[in-house]
Design a protein around this ligand. Structure first.
Ligand code: GRF
Length: 206
């Protein structure tokens, strides 16, 4: 019988901070039938809390600090890419990774890189999505997993889930409600992509 694990897609999770979505992915990948294995957690921030969790979970961790690279984003991304190659990564999951990636890097991982965004794209691209959702008075908010394309928060959508916005919500209460669905949909979306059930269509709605 074939070793199921050997056929799993090898996934790197890129983080900058807390890493709760990374934890959700690591937990999901513990299931015997999960089609992906988290083989690397990569951070641009040496103090990212998620690194400690990943290390304790026995996953390889690497920090590529962006600061010594200063304005040389190409060199920073070459260093990231070298790590991804060294760990024979098939798929990349951005999970609270707070660096914008340049078109060359995005192109190289086209169709093989996912991001999670805490809003119902195409609404509220960029930062402070919960505050902006409250200010806009929307009744529905949520989270989106999408393929990464050069334009920020704009690639084809793999999965979305919505949550209600309540009258007494604060930025924090809304963020917490959205985070719960993030932790549910990111592992589901990665499963769909790793199984080849969802393929990258560059022409899909932005
Ligand atoms: C999440 O809200 C994610 O959607 C956004 O950044 C946050 C990261 O949180 N891109 P965590 O580090 O996964 O806890």
């Amino acid at each position: 019988m074939l070793d199921q694990r050997a056929e799993r897609k090898r996934v790197a999770v890129l983080i900058s901070g807390r890493g709760s979505n990374m934890v959700a992915l690591i937990d999901a990948a513990k299931a015997a039938d999960y089609p992906a294995a988290i083989v690397l957690v990569l951070s641009n921030n040496p103090d990212a809390a998620g690194l400690t969790y990943a290390r304790e979970a026995g996953i390889a961790t690497v920090t590529v600090d962006h600061r010594p690279f200063k304005e040389n984003r190409v060199a920073f991304e070459q260093a990231l890419n070298a790590q991804l190659q060294a760990h024979r990564v098939d798929l990349v999951c951005l999970a609270g990774f707070m660096r914008l990636l340049m078109p060359d890097f995005v192109q190289r991982w086209s169709g093989r890189m996912l991001n999670i965004h805490p809003a119902l794209l195409p609404q509220f691209k960029g930062l402070h999505t919960h505050r902006r959702a409250l200010e806009a008075g929307v009744r529905e908010h949520g989270a989106t997993v999408h393929f990464v394309v050069p334009e920020m928060d704009s690639g084809p959508i793999v999965l979305q889930a919505s949550v209600p916005v309540r009258d007494n919500d604060t930025e924090q209460s809304l963020a917490q409600r959205v985070l719960e669905v993030e932790h549910r949909i990111y592992p589901q979306a990665l499963r769909m992509v790793a199984e080849g059930r969802t393929k990258f269509d560059p022409g899909a709605a932005r």
